[in-house]
Design a binder for this molecule. Sequence first.
Ligand SMILES: [Fe+2]
Ligand SMILES: [Fe+2]
Length: 276
Amino acid sequence: MTTETDTTRLALRILQGTTLEDKLAAFDPALLVDGVPLPAVPPREPGRAPSLRIISQGERLPRPGQLTAAAARAECLHRFANHELQALELMAWAVLAFPAMPWSFRQGIMNNLHDEQRHFRLYLGRLAAHGLRFGDLACNGNFWAQAVRLGDPLAFLCAVGLTFETANLDFALLYRDAFRTAGAEAEASVMQRIHDDEVGHVAWSASWVRRLARPAETLLQAYQRVTPFPLGLHRAKGRNFVVSSRVRAGLEADFVEATRVARSPQEQHPRRGRPG
Ligand SMILES: [Fe+2]
Ligand SMILES: [Fe+2]
């Protein structure tokens, strides 16, 4: 591919297009040019063909110990593929939603989006090896459910980069090990690759949060000020809390420690709101 690509048109196609061809539209990040900003706020839900429609919310992933069963591995791969799809759509949305941000911001998002497309394809390949196509199982909308709260670039960066992607540093390694234990080495190496890219995505988000934070505000303070409830540091991790990945992503020690000790509202107030 040698032609320049208009970023606005491309992001619109990825967000509003309904097919996997739209979501995986090929582009060279080095040949993107700044598009004309749109006058209207982009829709807060993605275009989806009927087979890709969001029809569920937040069922539990198969547990790592269940991956010895091929069906559980396939379900896991489908769920992870769905995370990548939502991530790349949310990134396309952010490119359109924040046209006043510097071009370098939107360019950085498009670089990350390009990685998410690659991750999505990697999962599609492993799904095919399990005899499944994407859309054969239900797609949930757990990331998109938060989009309504992402009103500004800082909230977007904290929710997507410093919450979902930071949690994926843990989940990618947890499930890498689980696939490996189950003898699924190809899947394990996909998880490792995605983890390694995710380190870069978290670092990129953190760098922009620092840049957009108030004077003298730390990364942690900015995160705590702007991250929309019910997201928060308790959602930015798995139970295998991996410090080294966070250090590689350049997260400050106080941010890492605050994440490590963070508890969900339910953990802090286990009885609140429960009848009886
Ligand atoms: Fe990804
Ligand atoms: Fe990512």
